[in-house]
Design a protein around this ligand. Structure first.
Ligand code: NAI
Ligand code: 5RP
Length: 298
């Protein structure tokens, strides 16, 4: 099969390499010329624009978008659109909002597959987990590519109609936030607790047979090994938050209780700001109990 890949960053480049390794052909484009040159060195056919990529693919185009979610996806589709027909298939492998994917599926002439992708840069070796929404025939058509990009045949599946792939990935990320928060709280208690513990040894022990073993816990072990168990040089604020916000918003709209995911998201937002609520609580204790007010350090 011949696959066009648009977006050759951390994730798109892995798609290119794994599809090439499986014996398929790749036509590659990125607005970053160095990324295109590097993909060409790896064996991809370079394109110098999205239009050029579409022209090189001929009829029955199969195209994988791996650009940042939001405007870049619409920009790429706008350029592709005049060259797309209902025989073509476009896959969006990024973290797009599922409602954007439904809108795109309705407006493009091509068959549109929204593909939630999990595994991060480690997927280069292991392959990804792919959660795919859209027309069955288009999914079936792309199975050889999904087999190559995923961990294998069990690493991908069609979740349902348009939007369902990115919907499942959105909830996956909500779960990711809650798991990170749970590990964080447990290790914080051990760090501040009553024994002088080697947290790397704790993580290693848990990773070997414990109920709570996982890849995230392996990454905790790696973090303690590489940064030291006090994480001294690591700032206590956490970036990101869009996919967790979407998860919580969807849960509120459908009145599904997700207190752990919501709490993890709130904790993340709270890590990025001076907390007015804490300052007010500090001052209120003086108001009702004449408890001493802790003041900001000069
Ligand atoms: N990094 C990760 O662990 C994961 C990322 N994702 C999602 O995958 C998507 C891509 O992420 P990354 O590869 O990490 O981002 P990245 O920033 O490493 O790569 C994005 C690439 O897209 C290119 N690009 C941007 N606009 C373009 C356009 N209009 N035409 C052509 N190329 C364009 C950029 O030059 C860049 O090379 C995002 O939606 C992200 O949320 C999903 C799962 C995991
Ligand atoms: O999808 C992912 C992992 O599954 C990406 O790493 C994503 O960027 C994580 O979301 P956030 O930036 O909000 O932490």
């Amino acid at each position: 099969m011949q696959l066009g890949v648009i977006g050759l960053g951390r994730m798109g480049r892995i798609v290119v390499d794994r599809v090439l390794a499986a014996g398929h052909e790749v036509v590659a484009f990125d607005i970053d010329e160095e990324a295109v040159a590097s993909a060409a060195e790896a064996g991809a056919e370079p394109a110098d624009s999205i239009v050029d990529l579409a022209d090189r693919l001929g009829d029955g185009k199969r195209i994988w978008l791996m650009v940042p979610a939001g405007d870049p996806v619409d920009a790429a589709l706008d350029e592709l659109e005049p060259r797309l027909s209902d025989a073509d298939v476009v896959v969006d492998g990024g973290n797009s909002h599922f409602e954007d994917s439904v809108r795109r599926a309705e407006t493009t002439d091509a068959a549109y597959l929204d593909c939630g992708t999990s595994g991060g840069p480690a997927g280069a070796e292991l392959g990804f987990s792919l959660m795919i929404g859209g027309p069955e025939w288009a999914y079936d058509e792309l199975v050889p590519v999904f087999d190559a990009v995923a961990t294998g045949p069990d690493g991908h599946d069609r979740m349902g109609p348009a939007g369902s792939g990115h919907y499942v990935k959105m909830v996956h990320n909500g779960v990711e936030y809650a798991l990170m928060q749970a590990y964080g709280e447990g290790f914080e208690l051990l760090h501040e607790g009553r024994y002088d513990l080697d947290l790397e040894a704790v993580a290693r022990t848990w990773n070997n047979g414990a109920v709570i073993r996982s890849w995230l816990l392996e990454l905790c072990e790696e973090a303690f090994r590489e940064e030291g168990t006090d994480l001294d040089d690591v700032a206590d604020h956490v970036a990101g938050g869009s996919t967790g916000t979407w998860t919580v918003r969807e849960a509120l709209e459908r009145e599904v209780p997700v207190p752990l995911i919501h709490g993890a998201l709130a904790e993340r937002f709270g890590s990025r700001r001076d907390r007015f609520s804490r300052r007010l609580a500090n001052r209120l204790r003086y108001g009702f109990g004449r408890h001493e007010v802790a003041r900001r350090e000069e």
